[in-house]
Design a protein around this ligand. Structure first.
Ligand SMILES: Cc1cc2nc3c(=O)[nH]c(=O)nc-3n(C[C@H](O)[C@H](O)[C@H](O)COP(=O)(O)OP(=O)(O)OC[C@H]3O[C@@H](n4cnc5c(N)ncnc54)[C@H](O)[C@@H]3O)c2cc1C
Length: 382
């Protein structure tokens, strides 16, 4: 089988590698450089504490690969697992956390419900009085997105994937209702299967195949702070689900701080959005983080920051499926595409080669759910 993957981010490279491992002849077309989309702007969070079974299952299947990544791909991706601590201020959010834990536990996730005082044992500077409930899972954590992408890029080369950078796909060839290849700036490439892994550009690539994919780029910012006191490296990635604020330890006491706080959330232009951090946003982000934990007092210094794009669908779940014969979408991962890439790659290969996915049941993630009104609800997003 000949496959063309559009996009050289983590989803595209994981898909290309999984396809090649199963014997396909694979070409990756990347319009710029590998990683030039959202992947290298992510903070690398990897967690299983989601509220829908399909997201939990994408996480557990991916974590099985992340855990053995160094052994398998020969690259140390700085995978650390101090856990995620999810915090509820509102009664409704606390109720939802209580409901999720058994669903996660049934899928092998060692998450637990904590009273606010117990949550402070995980995050010593936490303002526990602000919260009604928390959940914690010790196997959640984060890795370095740049190193992970390099691991996949190396593995693709070793598997003889033809990774073509500076090769924008300009059209998808469709014959008799099936995708049969792509056009690039320089040449056409025939393929039995075309994979759309174009991240924030996914809607445009879908339109090339005549599809309307509801995937909208939305800008998100992150900053690196020097808090006082420093955030210990074993502190969890801590998320206030009701304010949307989150932070996680970086090296040497520094912390990454993020969240979206504006009432509006306009569509971003993947070719023209502001890639630097807004100072006003940084002030708000530190104020919100200070509400959660006293690491972020007035003497906190901001080292730097940046913005990137989430690729968001109406229900904050990805579209994973063969939407048109020969055209597989793996798009719309919002803030979860880094962590879900390993399982997604394998699922893309299953869809392309077997016609169905067995690693995780992704039947709920088809494009048709938006026409059928069968939207999912993920509560744990930031
Ligand atoms: C601030 C921030 C924090 C985040 N934190 C996390 C996190 O903690 N955990 C997590 O799991 N996720 C996180 N994410 C989300 C994560 O970054 C994305 O979901 C993930 O990187 C998506 O990967 P991708 O391969 O689909 O897309 P991308 O990395 O965007 O790759 C798509 C590629 O397609 C290429 N492309 C587009 N159009 C064409 C074309 N026509 N022809 C050829 N190539 C094309 C682009 O150049 C790009 O390189 C975060 C994102 C942001 C912005």
């Amino acid at each position: 089988m000949d496959a063309v993957v559009v996009g050289g981010g983590i989803v595209g490279l994981a898909s290309a590698h999984a396809l090649a491992e199963r014997g396909a002849s694979v070409t990756v077309c990347e319009r710029r450089a590998v990683g030039s989309g959202s992947t290298e702007r992510s903070i690398g969070g990897i967690r299983a504490q989601f509220s829908t079974p399909v997201n939990v299952e994408l996480s557990t299947a991916s974590m099985a690969i992340w855990e053995r990544f160094e052994e398998r791909f020969g690259v140390d991706i700085a995978y650390r697992r101090p856990g995620y601590l999810l915090l509820a201020r509102e009664a409704e959010t606390a109720d939802a956390l209580r409901e999720q834990v058994p669903m996660q536990n049934e899928r092998g996730v060692p998450s637990e419900l904590l009273a606010p005082g117990e949550a402070r044992e995980r995050c010593p500077e936490l303002d526990a009085d602000r919260y009604l409930a928390a959940t914690y899972s010790p196997t959640d954590g984060f890795a370095d997105p740049h190193l992970a992408l390099q691991g996949y890029a190396e593995a693709c080369r070793a598997a003889e994937v033809d990774v073509r950078t500076h090769t924008p796909v300009t059209d998808v060839r469709v014959t008799d209702g099936a995708a049969v290849g792509v056009e690039t700036d320089g040449e056409g490439i025939d393929a039995d299967v075309v994979v759309n892994a174009a991240g924030p550009w996914a809607r445009r690539v879908g339109a090339m195949a005549g599809l309307d994919l509801p995937v909208v780029p939305r800008r998100r910012q992150v900053l690196v702070a020097d808090p006082d006191p420093p955030v210990p490296e074993d502190a969890p990635l801590t998320v206030d689900l009701d304010s949307g604020s989150y932070f996680r330890p970086e090296r040497d006491g520094a912390a990454l701080v993020g969240g979206h706080f504006a009432a509006d959330d306009p569509e971003g232009d993947p070719d023209g959005y502001a890639r630097s951090m807004d100072l006003e946003w940084a002030a708000t982000a530190l104020e919100r983080a200070a509400e959660t934990a006293s690491y972020f007092g007035p003497s906190t210094r901001v080292q730097r920051g940046w913005a990137g794009l989430y690729a968001v669908t109406p229900d904050w779940h990805p579209i994973v499926g063969e939407t048109l014969p020969g055209f597989v979408n793996a798009v719309g991962f919002s803030g979860h595409g880094f962590q879900h890439a390993p399982a997604t790659g394998r699922i893309v290969a299953e869809l392309a080669l077997d016609g169905t996915a067995s690693l995780v049941d992704v039947s709920a993630l088809g494009r048709d759910r938006f026409d059928r009104g069968a939207l999912l609800t993920e509560r744990n997003v930031a």
